[in-house]
Structure formats: structure tokens, C-alpha cells
Design a protein. Structure first.
Length: 406
């Protein structure tokens, strides 16, 4: 097994991290694979560009950012360096780089309508007959499997799992800063440099080792928790973004219904057909579908006979979004009546959406741990009055009705 380095360090300019630094050949070659390059054609934030026009950034740039934070963690945090071998460092850097390689178009709305989980396809792409698998196999026959184990949070060295997937991980750190930057909002800002500087690996009383934060860095963690909460409600859950994704969901629903009775309708829409007729598509079929393809197909659907699909495709292309209102039984009945009076099919022009989010829930996933000055390790909510108050509060919930504007 050879862990080859490049003749010289490569750098990629990035607005969040300044530079993405690449030293190992396998990382550089992984970026150049067609599977990873496809992420350029998948937006990071689904429908949010309908609200914040500059959120045009992709899963590609986010994945590079996650890799860079992982790289810094395994090279700059001394107590972490001693816990991982060079092979494990490369494995976890690749896990950060490739963690989103299985994402479909239009963010999580795609998973809702197709029942194709991006994490499952991430695993299939890394382990399958793909360019990325060939690149990893050149280093070691076990590397692809080890990368998947980290992404799945099942690696025997739990420190690697924590770096990529925990309450305080490289994925969240990058997307909060990146999404805040590109949405031109300040909600997602926190002190990444201070956070990295105060991270340590420590053994807890259960005998296991954890990535913890020194007590002196607790304020940066508090900012991070609040950044997460504000970004979800102000950006990720914005009703206009959800309205855009609702139209995509309803269009896909209509296409499924058309496919049941008219296969010829899809003669020039072949890439989408496997998602309409099969419960599970192949990796090759999955890789062909990106947002460019879907939007091009919308222009073709505009020329076809079915009025509902044509109308929904036009709405998606031209930002003719659904209106929205807070849910109530009275409002729902009122909207149903209006839709019927205006000859709208309720199956495709009425949509209810439920969302909820708490700022920090220590009961889901691994707790954020704080190392006190005396060496004691305690949960974040016990170390921070602010976070303790947050965890005692109610989880915010929102139920919304989407429908065409009248």
C-alpha cells in the first residue's frame, strides 16, 4: 500500500476557507472522477436560490469545504493526530470529501418523491463499478470499504466517525458558514478558528475517547448552536424555498401518474423513466440525473399535451410559486373549496408540509462534550446556561399549506 503524495501541494481557492489544500494523490484523483464532478450540477440548497438568489453554490464546493475542515482537524489538532494513522487520515479525509456523492437533484425533495436515499447511493457509488472506486482501490483494496464505514458512522476507530458525523462535525461546520455566506445572511456565522483551536481528544469515564471542546471555547460552540437554529428557520425552512420544492414534488407525482397510462409521453424523457418504474435504480441510472437534466426536461414537458405537468413545469422554470399559509382545519377547507371552484386538481395543487426543529437536542446523536479546567468532562447543556435554557424550551414546529395564488 502506497500513500503517494503529489509532486507539489495543490490549492483550490475558496471563499470560506481561503484555500483547499490537497497533498495526497488519491484525493486529487478522487476530485477528478465523473461521480464527484457531477456534484457541480447539484445545488447545495435546493430551492433556496428562489429566496436568496446567490445561493447557487453546489454540493461540489461544500464537499471540498468539508474535506478541508477534516484535513485541518487531523493535521492541526495534536491530540487527534496521535489517535489516527496516516492511512486513517486519508480515509477520513476521503469520507469528508465523498460524504454527499450520492445526492440527487433538488436536495431532500428528490428523496421524498423517489424514495432513493442519498446515503445508500453514496455507499453504492463508492463501492460499485465506478471511477471513484477504481481510484480508491489503487491505494488499497480496503480503502473504499473503510471510507463507507466512516460515512456510516461504523468505523472501529470512533474518532473518525465523530469527525464526519456528530453534533459538532466538519459537515455542519462547513455548510453553516458556506450557506450563510452565499445566502448573504449572518445567521450561520460562528468562530471556526476558535472552535478548531479548542478541540481535543479525551477519554471519558466510560473508557471511550471523544472529541471534546475545552471550556475556554464554549462561547464558539454556543454561537454554533444558535447559528444552526437560525439557519434552519431563516434559510433552510424558508417557506418560499419549500414552495419551489413543493412544485417539484407535485410535478414528479404527476409524471408518475402519467407513466402508468402513457409510456409514450416519456419518449424524449428517458433519464427520468427508471425513477418512475422501479423502486431501486442502478448507480449508472442514478448518476445520469442531475438538476440540469431535470430543468431541461421541464422545457420539453412544456411542449407536451398534459396540462397539469405542463403548468407545474412552467411554474418550476419561471418561479410561479405556490402561495402558503399556516395550517388550520378552517383554512384547509377554505382552500379546497377555492381550488375546486377554479378547476384545480387537489391531488397536484394542494400540499401540506410539517417541519420541526430544536436548536440543540442532546438526546439525538452524540452529545457535545466540554472539558472543564479541572479535566472533568461534562455535557454541553451542563456547562452552558444558554444551551441548558434552550434544551428546556419547546421544539419549534410549523405546519403549512401550499396552493396556487388566486
Amino acid at each position: 500500500m502506497e500513500l503517494l503524495k503529489l509532486d507539489e501541494r495543490k490549492v483550490i481557492r475558496d471563499p470560506i476557507h481561503g484555500y483547499i489544500n490537497i497533498e495526497y494523490k488519491v484525493i486529487w484523483e478522487a476530485i477528478d472522477t465523473k461521480e464527484f464532478q457531477r456534484l457541480r450540477r447539484i445545488k447545495q440548497l435546493g430551492g433556496d436560490f428562489q429566496v436568496y438568489p446567490s445561493t447557487e453554490h453546489s454540493r461540489f464546493t461544500h464537499s471540498l469545504g468539508v474535506y478541508e475542515i477534516v484535513r485541518r482537524m487531523v493535521t492541526e489538532i495534536k491530540s487527534l493526530q496521535s489517535e489516527v494513522s496516516e492511512y486513517e487520515k486519508i480515509s477520513v479525509m476521503l469520507a469528508g470529501l465523498l460524504h454527499d456523492i450520492g445526492h440527487g437533484p433538488f436536495s431532500h425533495a428528490f428523496e421524498l418523491v423517489t424514495n432513493h436515499n442519498h446515503e445508500n447511493y453514496t455507499e453504492k457509488i463508492i463501492l460499485g463499478n465506478t471511477e471513484i472506486n477504481k481510484v480508491l482501490n489503487k491505494v488499497s483494496k480496503t480503502l473504499a470499504q473503510d471510507v463507507v464505514k466512516i460515512i456510516r458512522h461504523k468505523h472501529k476507530n470512533d474518532i473518525l466517525n465523530q469527525i464526519v458525523s456528530a453534533q459538532l462535525d466538519a459537515d455542519r461546520m462547513d455548510y453553516l458558514l458556506r450557506d450563510s455566506y452565499f445566502s448573504a445572511t449572518s445567521y450561520g456565522q460562528f468562530d471556526l478558528e476558535r472552535m478548531l483551536r479548542t478541540l481535543r481528544v479525551r477519554e471519558n469515564e466510560d473508557g471511550k475517547k471523544y472529541i471534546v471542546t475545552k471550556e475556554s471555547g464554549i462561547h464558539s460552540v454556543e454561537d454554533y448552536i444558535m447559528a444552526r437554529y437560525q439557519m434552519y428557520w431563516q434559510v433552510y425552512f424558508h417557506p418560499v424555498a419549500r414552495s419551489y420544492e413543493t412544485i417539484f414534488v407535485q410535478l414528479f407525482k404527476r409524471l408518475k401518474d402519467i407513466y402508468k397510462v402513457d409510456k409514450d409521453y416519456f419518449n424524449n424523457l428517458s433519464v427520468i423513466v427508471p425513477f418512475l418504474e422501479k423502486e431501486e435504480v442502478t448507480v449508472e441510472e442514478y448518476q445520469k440525473l442531475d438538476e440540469c437534466t431535470v430543468l431541461y426536461y421541464c422545457t420539453l414537458i412544456q411542449e407536451k399535451e398534459d396540462f397539469i405537468a405542463k403548468d407545474l413545469a412552467t411554474r418550476l422554470l419561471n418561479r410561479e410559486l405556490f402561495d402558503y399559509v399556516d395550517y388550520s382545519e378552517e383554512k384547509l377547507e377554505e382552500i379546497k373549496k377555492l381550488l375546486e371552484e377554479n378547476n384545480y386538481d387537489i391531488d397536484y395543487y394542494l400540499y401540506e408540509d410539517d417541519i420541526e426543529k430544536s436548536p440543540y437536542s442532546p438526546f439525538t446523536g452524540q452529545n457535545i462534550l466540554i472539558e472543564k479546567k479541572n479535566g472533568e468532562i461534562i455535557e454541553l447543556e451542563k456547562a452552558s446556561d444558554i444551551v441548558n435554557a434552550i434544551t428546556q424550551g419547546k421544539t419549534k414546529k410549523e405546519r403549512t399549506i401550499f396552493y396556487p395564488k388566486f
